[in-house]
Design a protein around this ligand. Sequence first.
Ligand code: HAM
Length: 419
Amino acid sequence: MEFATIKGFKDILPDEAVIWQRLESEARRILRLFGFKEIKPPLLERTELFSRSIGQETDIVSKEMYSLKDSKGRGMTLRPEATASVVRAYIQHRLYQQNPIQKLFTMGPMFRHERPQKGRFRQFHQINAEIFGDPGPRSDADIIILAMSLFEAIGLSGLSLSINSLGCPECRVGFRAELKNYLLMKTDALCADCRRRAETNPLRVFDCKVEKCKGLVTGAPSILDSLCNACEEHFESLQGYLEGSNIPFALDHRLVRGLDYYNRTTFEIQTDRLGAQNAVAGGGRYDGLTRLLGGPDHPAIGFAVGVERVVALLEENAPREVGRPDIFLAALGETAQKACFRWTVELRKAGLWVEMDYGSAGLKSQMKKADRLGAHKVLMVGEDELAKGKGTLRDMESKVQKEVDLENLVLSLRAVGKI
Ligand code: HAM
């Protein structure tokens, strides 16, 4: 075929879209319980917004962005993630003036030019939640519990939560030096990118996907040993809140996450059912980002769920039913077709899923169509029925047929208890 989707991009077909709808509506329900409001930033932003927030040394900024230039030569980028845009909007519209605590969520597509594989796409979707204005560990716990509640609400089990603390800029100075020394001693064993990172941004070596680098960081010093008192207290307090809420977790000192803006708490929720792309959600605290982007110095924490990955897990046992029409109007003859068409409008206004054939097929063929669609009832109307003012209503499961008054169809269907 001449046109097909671009590599790494995919169509979400109706059967799969049903699972998306369920995930999105459960997410909206849970987000509302936690007091989050929706925000919808545009998909295209100035390139610098992302390079400054996510960091030049990250894979996302250095290799994966879909960037273009506008007619004036300014760099634009299709968002690779949503946090930077939400922070930009928070600053631009001074959302902090409405309420010192802002809880915002957004859902939609992101774009990263990564190597496509199972669970990894070039256009993928996220559900993001961000809390602005609170520096304390209780908002860390709240955001993690929100993520876990969302998975619980959609019936996903068997997930594991890993947490880490990246400390604050002060306690990270010492750790960065220690890590750099460790890496420079092993420089021959590092890939070319990591040899550079060891000098410029050693924490990024933890993200490297090259096997020899992955092996090497298992023996690297732990940031948890370098936390200052305040960061340690924050992290311990978070653990206390999680324990108190019966949320099991594991500590992972290598969890630096692939974006430079994090400080203190980072976390990831993983599955063992998706192969290498095992993170279904990830997030953390980013207290310095609003200031870095020219706004006030406001703390923040958030996370994003990877929708495709969650849908893949849900698909394993989800019913693939798109739903079934309430009623199919089977019309015979032109006058009946016209009357039935009018009734489709009326019945849909009354809230029913109504189907009717667009052609002029015979009764047998229309009954077949109704059956294929899984319609609960069929109303059969021909010239005789019209003349009598009574149609025949067939229950497609029990096969029982009844006469119904056509005079006021909505009322008469209700009267026979059929809708
Ligand atoms: P992230 O870890 O880059 O974080 O992405 C979050 C989630 O998006 C991942 O855990 C994964 O499920 C999904 N994801 C990422 N890349 C892909 C891909 N190529 N294909 C399919 N799914 C993918 C962020 O984006 C941060 N902005 C999260 C955050 C919000 N931190 C604070 N607030």
